[in-house]
Ligand binder design. Structure first.
Ligand code: SAH
Ligand code: SF4
Length: 354
């Protein structure tokens, strides 16, 4: 049997593992410092840890990080990584530079995705498997290590968005553990406000979100009419707008003052005046923000991106109606790293990246 990944372990489970093996609990803190502060992933190099304990850890856990098998830098500074897991399955992880020296990592939560949205490149590949918590955390650690080795020792990632491959709430338990590790001070130590989970709208899992650390939630809405949403996202057949909005109302808003709705803008399809009206009627204004995502075209896609003037018109209409709207600038599209362009079949991507 394969050893479990060390990076799937919460600080609490590491402590109880150590205690049940006759070790002192404070050693957990020393170990976590090596990994999450010093980025030293080889226990052999942990100078304040005894030989016995190193052997115990190595016997019980796998400390290997996912391997970066390819990376590409976009003109805008976005860097896309193809990351291989220990079964050689690959996912994509994208580093996006943001304002004031911040860097966001867009992580994958599954290999492929079962939801099958018709506009999404990942959706066309189906679900291959869920990622383990340690494989999600591993994307963060592997990219940080890459940046430190190649760019500078002070490099760090400040934000995480679950907007790579996969539907995070379909992989609920593993994503929950990964999110806890992200915000835990003894692990990645990110601020809760800097972690965002994006979901296509799995209603039963949205109802269980109070179990999660109170990170940001983004809902991929994409349409304010059920018939259009069903065409774009088959999941709308099971969980339509009524049920979705009903479940969202129940999300405790103590930590996040608002819910972000992602709205893909597709030319002549969901970018009309009647879509603005329907959106304004659908969403509670004070607690909603809309993030407009101009559709990113990819070689086999059937949809078109609206013109810049139409995108701006749509945004202004929403704001005139009293709802905050932003337009997501497209990053990394020259290397197919933008939203919805991620797909990891190497042989196909090899052509796309040329
Ligand atoms: N499965 C989750 C998270 C990953 S997708 C979800 O659907 O929310 C992250 C975001 O990228 C979603 O809002 C998704 O709708 C968007 N996206 C997918 N394909 C896209 C495309 N071709 N152009 C622009 N955005 C896209
Ligand atoms: Fe899956 Fe999200 Fe793509 Fe839909 S948009 S197929 S939920 S990754």
């Amino acid at each position: 049997m394969e050893r479990p990944l060390f990076y799937s372990l919460s600080p609490k489970s590491l402590k109880s593992f150590l205690e049940s093996n006759g070790q002192k609990a404070f050693v957990a803190t020393q170990i976590l410092k090596w990994v999450y502060e010093k980025y030293e992933f080889n226990p052999e190099n942990w100078t304040n840890i005894s030989k016995n304990l190193k052997d115990l850890l190595l016997e019980n856990f796998d400390f290997n990080l996912p391997r970066i098998v390819w990376n590409g830098l976009s003109k805008d500074g976005t860097r896309k990584f193809l990351v291989a897991m220990r079964d050689d399955k690959t996912v994509e992880t994208v580093m996006i530079p943001a304002r004031s020296n911040r860097k966001t990592l867009c992580v994958s939560s599954q290999v492929g995705c079962a939801i099958g949205c018709t506009f999404c490149h990942t959706g066309t590949m189906g679900l291959m498997r869920h990622l383990e918590a340690g494989e999600i955390i591993g994307q963060f650690l592997a990219v940080t290590k890459f940046l430190r080795d190649k760019v500078g020792p002070e490099e760090r990632l400040s934000n995480v968005v679950f907007m790579g491959q996969g539907e995070p709430l379909h992989n609920f338990e593993n994503v929950k553990v990964a999110t806890e590790l992200m915000v835990n001070e003894k692990a990645l130590g990110l601020s809760q406000r800097r972690v965002t989970i994006s979901t296509s709208g799995l209603v039963p899992q949205i109802k269980k979100l109070d179990d999660f650390p109170p990170v940001n939630i983004a809902i991929s809405l994409h349409a304010a009419h059920n018939d259009i949403r069903t065409e774009l996202m088959p999941i709308n057949k099971a969980f339509d707008l009524d049920r979705l909005l009903g479940a969202i109302k129940e999300i405790p808003l103590k930590a996040h003052r608002y819910i972000t709705y992602e709205y893909l803008l597709i030319d002549q399809y969901n970018d009309r005046a009647e879509d603005v009206t329907a959106l304004l009627n659908l969403l509670p204004k004070k607690v909603s923000k809309i993030n407009l995502i101009p559709f990113n075209e990819y070689p086999e896609s059937n949809f078109k991106r609206p013109s810049v003037s139409r995108i701006n018109w749509f945004k202004n209409q929403l704001e005139d109606g009293g709802i905050t709207a932003t337009i997501r600038t497209t990053k990394g599209s020259d290397i197919l790293a933008a939203c919805g362009q991620l797909k990891s079949e190497l042989e196909k991507d090899a052509n796309l990246w040329d």
